[in-house]
Design a protein around this ligand. Sequence first.
Ligand code: PAY
Ligand code: ZN
Length: 311
Amino acid sequence: TPDPRTHSYTKYNSWDKIQAWISSISSSNPDLISRQVIGNTYEGRPMNVLKIGKKSSSTKPSIFLDCGIHAREWISTAFCQWFVKEALSTYGSDSEMTGLLNQMDVYVLPVFNIDGYDFTHNSNRMWRKTRSRMSGSSCIGADPNRNWNAGWCTTGASSNPCSDTFCGSSPESEIEVKNVADFIRRNKSSIKAYLTIHSYSQLLLFPYSYTFQLAEHHSELMTVAEGASKALRSLYGTEYTSGPGAATIYPAAGGSDDWAYDLGVKYSYTFELRDTGRYGFLLPESQIKPTCEETMLAVKYITSHVQKNLY
Ligand code: PAY
Ligand code: ZN
């Protein structure tokens, strides 16, 4: 395995490079990282979740972070790698990170939709969905952010397998969604926050997207989102808009944040990273570093709120 120090955090890495990095970074940091395979993708690639935190004999409260639900949102995947690097390199020097990893664990799924991500590198850069086959249709894949059991396929989703927002044949029909949902259900009592990274639009969204109804914890979720957006903006002036998904971007059922929230994970957020459309999904590599740096501030703002408000 390659040395994790030679991994590039300012490039859009292929799945093969990310996979090699996952093994090398976890074996080089056994005190802070452990990894587990939560299942395989449709095409058989292993889905690794990294657990980052100081080892403890008892179960710690935790945060679940995923990147790359949508294949073409490459800045998202770059962010999870950046987060892991920052966590390891600032543990012991940055008091916020040290406190977080002492008290809590962060589960990181660096690439959710690995088959789709690989496809965007090798065949079609604009692919969004999974790569599953369905009998009766020659179209491939379902939208892994329309496939969760939260108002499934009722709004802002399509039942046409050829659509980019195809909700799948049933909730959790996509094995990647099922694997993650099973993991979160299994660890439900410890998981206090669910953070999912997408691009683009510069938004910090929270439930609900499947209905215009306000979430029970709407005002706290909004206050925390606004604090996080302000922290993000403090670095380079990047403006984010905060709000519930349905009213802030569009109604969309079957999303992961709504599902996690309804399961009982109060702090459930969807990030839409840079930019607002100039480059869109094709955000230049030169923007990886500033985007990840500013996003870290927002993520850390949320995690410290969670840490102070464990429930
Ligand atoms: O919570 O409402 C929500 C989900 C919003 C995202 C979704 O459609 O799943 C928004 C889009 C995304 O990141 O996939 C935004 C991008 C720009 C798109 O493809 O439209
Ligand atoms: Zn997305």
